[in-house]
Design a protein around this ligand. Structure first.
Ligand code: AMP
Ligand code: GLY
Length: 420
């Protein structure tokens, strides 16, 4: 089978790697891909947002199935375009992807179908929003309604901070159209975790859970990023609560989307928080998480392509996972998530015992150089999280990453730290 993967990050590298292990996979293409993906797939120089060219490519190269990584092409309707062209695609329609591309839509859906989440209000007028945050008091959370590359959320610890976030979003249009509306939300406290599932209509096949680390620096300090490291399993979260989240959050969400006339196909991602009042939704995404995918797919024993084909054929696949633990760290460009340089040479990676997925790299005259903020994801699989973490950090300490930085504390929270 000819397969096309769309995207260019560590997530897509992990997806391509897994697909390349499938006996069903013939030729794997990735558009546009990156320097590491080139080792497991043929790169196609078409931008992920150039939907018309991607459809033509898929037709010309007789692509049997397309898997979409990032949210931007999904919310621009790539899955609809492929389907209209008679091409098989694993990813939600533009309408179903609203569960990620409009936070107001996601909140309304949750409210209507009793899916547990923080209390909220939606505003497009600054004065009204300001009055509301003054009534509610801090801490309070302000979210741009639309896609803002993970940067549209402000967890405000004071009213002044909340006011500044409202001002930036509603008066200065910091995120353009994406912040024409804001969701103002109750602040929740607890352990966060990510629960993803393969979904087709009402068929929901959950994956193992993972934890992401969104802040740039050690000790959860510094600005929010796309994610600086991840691990799976997450010992702080009891298994019965995960099962409850599947039955009270993921399955109702898939059913709700179907009932609303926009059935979901693809990966449904729930960003969850374990509060004293139970597990609640922080956000939904309409795709695989990055960097969660890099650790979760590393624990997948079943053939990924078979899972996707079964789902698209209306069957419920059997999925098995290894009990082993996986933990990985993002190597980022110095300055990220602010401004940073590209084209910085990377150290040799083929000697590493740990596994490497590329996020922002490219080949320049045969040399591997950085091409983004998040550059590499280096991970380790082991019998326990502690072993994975210790052996990974030991190996990283022996490398020189000049012009880059990484967090030294991924996965170092203890089970006893969990909120009860
Ligand atoms: P999001 O982009 O929606 O995942 O939000 C980014 C981060 O902001 C989350 O991972 C949380 O750490 C934090 N956050 C979002 N919503 C809330 C909330 N209601 N209460 C506390 N923290 C939140
Ligand atoms: N790791 C969070 C996300 O993919 O949105």
């Amino acid at each position: 089978m000819n397969i096309l993967v769309i995207g260019s990050g560590g997530r897509e590298h992990a997806i391509c790697q897994k697909l390349s292990e499938s006996p069903l996979a013939g030729h794997i293409y990735c558009a546009p891909g990156n320097g590491g993906i080139a080792e497991v797939a043929e790169l196609v120089p078409i931008n992920e947002m150039d939907i018309a060219s991607l459809v033509s490519f898929a037709r010309e190269h007789r692509i049997d199935a397309t898997i979409v990584g990032p949210e931007a092409p999904l919310s621009a309707g790539i899955a609809d375009a492929f389907q209209n062209a008679g091409l098989r695609v694993f990813g939600p329609s533009q309408n179903a992807a609203r569960i990620e591309s409009s936070k107001a839509f996601a909140k309304e859906l949750m409210q209507k179908y009793n899916i547990p989440t923080a209390d909220y209000r939606v505003f497009s007028q600054y004065e009204e929003a300001l009055q509301y945050i003054k009534e509610k008091g801090a801490p309070i959370v302000i979210k741009a309604d639309g896609l803002a590359a993970g940067k549209g959320v402000t967890v405000a610890m004071t009213i002044e901070e909340a006011q500044a976030a409202l001002q930036a979003a509603l008066l200065e249009q910091k995120f353009g159209e994406a912040s024409a509306q804001v969701v103002v939300e109750e602040f929740l406290e607890g352990e966060e975790f990510s629960l993803m599932a393969f979904v087709h209509g009402e068929t929901v096949c959950p994956m193992v859970i993972a934890r992401d680390h969104k802040r740039a620096y050690d000790g959860d300090k510094g600005p929010n990023t796309g994610g600086m490291g991840a691990y799976s399993p997450v010992p702080q979260i009891p298994q019965d609560e995960v099962e409850q989240a599947v039955s009270e959050i993921l399955i109702p969400a898939a059913k709700a989307l179907k009932k609303e006339g926009t059935p979901f196909t693809g990966v449904l991602y729930a960003g969850l928080i374990r509060t004293r009042a139970g597990v609640k939704v922080i956000e939904f995404n309409a795709r695989f998480g990055d960097p969660e995918t890099q650790v979760v797919l590393s624990r997948l024993k079943t053939d990924l392509l078979q899972i996707i084909l079964d789902l698209l054929d209306g069957k419920k696949p059997e999925i098995t996972w290894t009990d082993e633990a996986v933990l990985g760290v993002v190597i980022a460009s110095e300055g990220y998530p602010g401004t940073y340089q590209k084209g910085v040479q990377l150290p040799p990676l083929n000697e590493l015992e740990s596994f490497v997925f590329h996020s922002g790299t490219r080949l320049e005259n045969g040399r591997l150089v950085s091409n983004g903020g998040r550059v590499l994801f280096i991970g380790r699989k082991s019998s326990s999280l502690e072993c994975a973490r210790d052996s990974l950090y030991k190996e990283l300490a022996s490398c020189t990453f000049e012009g880059f930085f990484y967090r030294k504390d991924i996965g170092s929270r203890k089970k006893e730290d969990a909120v009860r």
